[in-house]
Design a protein around this ligand. Structure first.
Ligand SMILES: *Cc1c(COP(=O)(O)O)cnc(C)c1O
Length: 470
């Protein structure tokens, strides 16, 4: 593609993107294709000769778009959001055009130093203490692996990296039964063994029970095991439950255990001073992760990872073959702050998002989402045929249909599963589910960049209407 063509198509595509975002709420939110439908439309072999851009683009519209679930639709209420926003998309285009590989300072000093400064902004914006140092990772899953690896090395004098895990005491890690699956995945990957991950029971609000935590830790110590880390969740994926950080922190400090906080979604809510009660006890925390790529209008991927002792992190990952040696001194080389060598220039989009909205603009949007959530919560609470299934500290409402003439749990589970299927089939909104206490639970998450009150109102009407067809 010569640059004249690039310019021409580039403008067309920006127009396409603006039209898409303008009309995205009219698409069926959940893609309605059947399994293999897209695959069967794609040729078995790559083309031998290059094709025209207009042909490529028309296939994108005709084959690919029908197979897209529209995460940027204001009618998307599933999972947790993966928000984008216009300033973020524009920055991402520049990142692609510049195409820098930002593994070390010298490979693009601006990328490293912008990341350093923007992460300081972000740390201060969400009320983390100044002793935290930040780095951008691709996902919370990766951030958690980094945290637990650092915990493993620090506890073992950095010897596992050298000698392997052979003939050492069993290392145990603790989290609640509501913790995200990425914790178990990390434990498997880093050689701890998932049987040494203790899932501590939760209370009636789905938060970790700290008395149980203490008991299990003591019993493991009695058996000769070495407690390595606790993962506390601020905003669980099921119901946004908030683990009692201060109590957990006190236990960790008593037994000298590493404390990692997973606030993948809820970190964004810490932009609001009135939500900072969630991190009371932050002084005990070693590492903290939250994803601006969920609720903070920064398109996937962008996970903010903060660490109290960056030397321990670098000591865990550092490796210096001859071909990577540089002479620059007193600079950060982020290749030593995580798993991969190569790194994308992610700080640019985060910088643009923060500058475009400003802290107050971000706060205003998050407050709006929280107010919409509170309103819907009240409607569900007072409705005859629906019931809330969990507290609503943030933007996720867990509830179910419960007509007065049905009380058998199995029947309720079946009805709610069918209701969810019917709702999503309409294509008008998209929701997902979880299981709380064995109950099939509908989750309604309000965090989409473009969501407004009218979308939530219409969605609630649709849910009620569909429940009448069961
Ligand atoms: C979404 C989520 C994760 C995983 O995030 P990725 O960035 O996709 O790895 C981890 N923990 C919690 C609590 C989450 O909600």
């Amino acid at each position: 593609m010569d640059l004249d063509e690039f310019r021409k198509y580039g403008h067309q595509i920006v127009d396409w993107m603006a039209n898409y975002l303008e009309n995205v709420e009219n698409f069926p939110v959940k893609s309605q294709v059947e399994p293999k439908e897209i695959l069967n439309k794609l040729p078995l072999n790559a083309p031998m000769k290059g094709e025209s851009f207009s042909q490529i683009f028309s296939d994108f519209e005709e084959i690919i778009i029908p197979g897209i679930t529209h995460w940027q639709s204001p009618n998307f209420f599933g999972y947790f959001p993966a928000n984008s926003s216009p300033p973020s998309v524009l920055a991402e285009m520049l990142t692609a055009a510049i195409g820098a590989q930002c593994m070390s300072w010298v490979t693009s000093p601006a990328a490293t130093e912008l990341e350093e400064r923007v992460m300081e902004w972000l740390r201060d914006m969400i009320g983390l203490p100044k002793h935290f140092c930040g780095v951008i990772q691709d996902t919370a899953s990766t951030s958690t692996i980094c945290s637990l690896l650092t915990a493993r090395e620090k506890l073992n004098n950095y010897e596992v990296n050298k000698l392997g895990l052979f003939e050492r005491s069993i290392l145990t890690t603790y989290c609640s039964s509501e913790t995200h699956s990425s914790i178990e995945k990390a434990i498997k990957i880093i050689g701890i063994g998932k049987e040494n991950l203790r899932k501590i029971p939760v209370d009636t609000e789905y938060a970790l029970q700290s008395e149980s935590l203490q008991e299990v830790i003591e019993s493991d110590i009695d058996k000769g095991m070495k407690p390595m880390a606790v993962v506390a969740t601020i905003g669980t994926t099921g119901s946004t439950a908030i683990d009692p950080l201060k109590e957990i922190g006190e236990i960790c400090s008593r037994y000298n255990i590493w404390l990692h906080v997973d606030a993948a979604l809820a970190g964004t809510a810490l932009l609001l001073p009135e939500k900072r009660w969630m991190i009371e006890g932050i002084e005990y925390v070693d590492t903290f992760v939250f994803n601006p790529h969920k609720w903070m209008f920064t398109n996937f991927d962008c996970s903010a990872y903060f660490i109290k002792d960056p030397e321990a992190l670098v000591h865990t990952f550092e490796i210096l073959p001859e071909y990577l040696k540089t002479t620059a001194e007193g600079v950060k080389n982020f290749r030593d702050w995580g798993l991969q060598l190569g790194r994308r220039f992610r700080a640019l989009k985060l910088w643009w998002v923060i500058r475009h909205y400003g802290v107050e603009g971000l706060q205003q949007r998050i407050r709006y989402h929280l107010n919409l959530s509170e309103d819907l919560k009240k409607k569900i609470e007072t409705s005859v045929n629906f019931e809330l299934l969990a507290p609503v500290p943030l933007n996720t409402i867990c509830f179910r249909y419960r007509p007065s003439n049905v009380s058998a749990e199995e029947e309720l589970n079946r009805m709610n599963e069918e209701l969810l299927e019917k709702i999503n089939k309409t294509g008008k909104i998209f929701m997902t589910h979880t299981k709380l206490d064995g109950k099939f639970t509908l989750r309604f998450v309000i965090g989409q960049t473009a969501v407004q009150e009218k979308h939530v109102t219409k969605a609630w009407a649709l849910i009620q209407e569909q429940s009448q067809t069961l």
